[in-house]
Design a protein around this ligand. Structure first.
Ligand SMILES: [Zn+2]
Length: 168
């Protein structure tokens, strides 16, 4: 186990969350090392807390189909770029912090989007993807995900690339 795996177990896993002694025992770890990892991985813990709050704010919605935080977290953290324009989320975060301003305050963080519009479709790992704010907002409920990805998303990627060049 490495420090990141430890943090995920300690903060997310339904079997191990907040159970340091159980983790130490089951994985034959040194408790002091675990606390060292805990200190080291402050950024990861902050990110996990953000995802947990997002989960809590959505989990009671009827159409929200992720049953546990474990499943939601593993789905969420499998995306490192926007599904549509394929711009890396770390670049997008930088842009929305430095140059692109929105009145809503949205933009820095990935958004959950159902690929295909439809009120009866639940949000789950089969129907949904992580999208950047601009793609999510432009796609709206106008078209299906594949059409958007093919036709409009490449232009959005171009826009981000230009903005990134300006930052350098
Ligand atoms: Zn995008």
């Amino acid at each position: 186990m490495n420090s990141k795996e430890f943090i995920v177990k300690y903060t997310i896993s339904s079997d191990y969350s907040d159970k340091i002694d159980k983790i130490v025992k089951d994985f034959s770890l040194d408790k002091n090392l675990c606390w060292k990892w805990y200190e080291q991985e402050k950024d990861l813990r902050t990110e996990i807390n953000r995802i947990k709050s997002l989960y809590s704010s959505r989990k009671n919605d009827k159409e929200f189909g992720f049953k546990t935080i474990d499943k939601f977290y593993f789905w969420y953290s499998s995306f490192n770029k926007c599904y549509y324009c394929e711009t890396k989320f770390e670049d997008i975060k930088l842009l929305f912090e430095k140059t692109i301003k929105t009145n809503s305050g949205r933009g820095s963080n990935p958004e959950i989007d159902r690929k295909n519009p439809g009120k009866s479709i639940p949000y789950n790992s089969d129907t949904s993807v992580l999208s950047c704010y601009i793609c999510n907002n432009s796609k709206s409920d106008l078209m299906d995900g594949d059409t958007f990805k093919e036709t409009i998303a490449p232009g959005i990627k171009k826009y981000y690339d230009l903005k990134l060049l300006e930052l350098k």
